[in-house]
Design a protein around this ligand. Structure first.
Ligand SMILES: [Zn+2]
Length: 611
């Protein structure tokens, strides 16, 4: 036999073995949905003789903090193939280990869930909103086994399933090729309305569970389609969505929690707002999340691939993965004419403001991305100084995207833009895809992102400099100059107003500082900190916050005043403070109170006009 025949035989045998791997069967039922729990049954067969380690995830794709989904699991029982109940031991808080089985284990448990968003589980008598990591136990070592998922219709309901899972043998049965894909496949089981449209030979489905009307949804779909079309022009094509469709899973319900969560072939979008009341906000989330089907789901940072369900996943590239997406959302809203240029100026103003925070002096965009496992979780028990040392990678990365787009356009006279950069990243890292569904074979690193900028701009020195200053370094781009070319003015929001800092005061045994004091505030140099009591400002006794703000209103930036204050020990001190000018900025279109030159208009149209 030739080596080629051996190879072919080997491939065939390999395929047979993979096909033969028995799928893991999940069954979701809802005996009492009004009490917010789901019954899960999972059957694992053809198990090796060793104890089977059943795990609940600690993390969820698209979230960067830990969620420890085992906390909502109870009433756990494991059975062998012959029906014997087995002991489910707890080796750690996150799983159950079952020994003494006969090669087959069925685990049955309840899981409680009462949060409708992109991360958790939401069960009630209106629907079952299921994020897989929050719901399913998986077995260590069986990642490559396929899975089947069967939904059991609750008594008296006629719910439908919307999901990126592959259709199975019946309308309530689905399949996934492996654990990575299964975990990435949230599913809505409820009274959903589904609309679909086709663009570029791709089918897009929009599943909506809401309290509004069909007519509202039909009108809304026209705008969703505009967004999908507009973003398709940036990349020049759509990804190959593995199930053959891309699905929006939207829950616009008063009892939902506002969120958007990206997946390979779907996105979960939840909001308390309705189409009637919050249309533009909802569309803005659609624009952000849909952009992720390229950027993050396929143009994927190496730190997130494959996703690790045992720990928090860290990536120094979230300024690009989330931040650039944060930029393209509103840019798409502008290019589709869903918002006007004044609104876009306000949004970009927010990005420019975000990088004024002194946090950029102590943590670079790369380091800020690595803070995600901490800041993505929200509240901490202990106090932190994040308000002055952390800028979220969403607006930080959005501001970098704005600077890079305008810089590329500026230096090439409009021939090269961030759209070219995203297309470059897509061709190198996204489009090649993965040999196994649910995986990305060529995730990128920061060095790859820099190399792609060098290629797209045709200037390696420029790319190196940009990354050194704004991504690995602590500099802030010259936004007034960059935005000026497109006819936007960056100006002080409260020009001439005296300022001590973005101070909040509260009455708590005296008038006390209720915010962390940033190193860039005049108050910081005076040695005043959170909780300190302000007793006298500029010779006036302080009895309310109005006394302090009244003093500021009477002064000019540059004036010095004396502040008498007490720290938490109660000892009184006094300090001279030089007032600054309120540094907050806003971005406005030049035509508001000025003129837009033809050159600025042309630059702006190339940037913000429909593609
Ligand atoms: Zn995002």
């Amino acid at each position: 036999m030739t080596s080629r025949i051996l190879l072919v035989l080997g491939i065939l045998l390999g395929a047979l073995r993979l096909d033969a791997a028995a799928p893991i069967a999940y069954r979701f039922s809802f005996p009492e949905p009004q009490h917010r729990w789901m019954q899960v049954e999972a059957t694992f067969t053809e198990l090796p003789a060793a104890p089977v380690e059943l795990r609940m995830s600690r993390s969820s794709p698209g979230r960067y903090s830990l969620h420890d989904f085992a906390k909502n699991v109870y009433d756990v029982h494991a059975f062998a193939g012959d029906g014997r109940e087995l002991t489910a031991a707890r080796p750690d808080p996150y799983g159950w280990t079952v020994a003494g089985h006969d090669g087959r284990v069925t685990v049955k448990y309840k899981v409680y869930g009462d949060r409708v968003d992109g991360t958790y589980l939401g069960i009630d008598n209106t629907h079952a909103h299921i994020n897989m990591p929050a719901a399913i136990m998986w077995a260590r070592g069986l990642d490559e086994r396929p899975a089947t998922v069967t939904f059991v219709q609750p008594a008296g309901m006629k719910w439908q399933v919307a999901t990126q899972l592959h259709p199975g043998a019946s309308p309530l049965e689905f399949t996934a090729p492996n654990l990575q894909y299964l975990m990435d496949s949230p599913s809505e089981f409820g009274p959903v309305t589904i609309r679909q449209f086709t663009v570029g030979q791709r089918t897009f489905r929009f599943s909506l569970h809401h309290t509004g009307t069909d007519a509202e949804l039909d009108g809304y779909m026209k705008d969703v389609e505009k967004i999908v079309r507009q973003q398709g022009t940036i990349y020049g094509e759509y990804p190959d969505y593995e199930p053959g469709t891309y699905t929006f899973l939207a829950d616009y319900l008063p009892w939902a929690n506002g969120d958007g969560m990206e997946h390979r072939n779907s996105t979960v979008i939840t909001s308390t707002g309705s189409i009637a009341a919050a249309r533009l906000d909802l569309l803005d989330t659609v624009a952000h999340e849909f952009f992720h089907c390229w950027n993050v789901e396929r143009i994927r940072p190496r730190g997130l691939e494959p996703f690790d369900f045992d720990r928090a996943n860290i990536s120094g590239e979230l300024w690009l993965a989330e931040g650039f997406t944060q930029y393209y959302g509103p840019l798409t809203m502008q290019r589709t004419q869903l918002v006007d240029v004044g609104e876009t100026a306000r949004t970009f103003g927010g990005l420019v403001e975000a990088v004024q925070n002194p946090g950029h002096l102590v943590r670079s965009a790369e380091e800020m991305s690595r803070m995600a496992p901490f800041i993505d979780g929200g509240r901490t028990v202990d106090r932190t100084n994040w308000s002055t040392t952390v800028i979220s990678y969403y607006p930080f990365g959005g501001a970098i995207a704005l600077a890079l787009d305008l810089t590329l356009r500026d230096r090439s006279e409009g021939r090269v833009s961030l759209d070219d950069y995203m297309r470059g990243m897509w061709r190198k890292y996204g489009k090649p895809g993965g040999a196994r569904e649910g995986y990305v074979d060529r995730p990128y690193t920061i060095d790859d992102a820099e190399a792609t900028l060098a290629e797209v701009s045709g200037d390696g020195a420029f790319a190196r400099d940009f990354f050194a200053r704004y991504i690995r370094g602590h500099e802030v781009a010259d936004y007034p100059k960059l935005l000026g070319r497109a006819g936007f003015t960056v100006r002080k929001r409260n020009a001439g107003r005296a300022w001590l800092g973005d101070l909040r005061l509260e009455s708590r045994g005296g008038i006390r500082v209720a915010t962390l004091v940033a190193p860039t505030w005049p108050l910081y140099a005076a040695g005043i900190e959170q909780d300190d009591e302000l007793r006298e400002v500029d010779g006036q006794r302080v009895t309310s916050d109005a006394d302090v703000f009244g003093v500021l209103a009477r002064h000019e930036p540059g004036d010095s005043i004396t502040i008498v204050f007490a720290d938490r020990t109660g000892s009184s001190r006094s300090a001279r403070v030089t007032l600054a000018e309120d540094p907050h900025v806003e971005v406005v279109p030049a035509e508001q109170g000025g003129t837009l030159t033809p050159a600025q208009r042309a630059f702006r149209d190339r940037w913000l006009g429909a593609k």
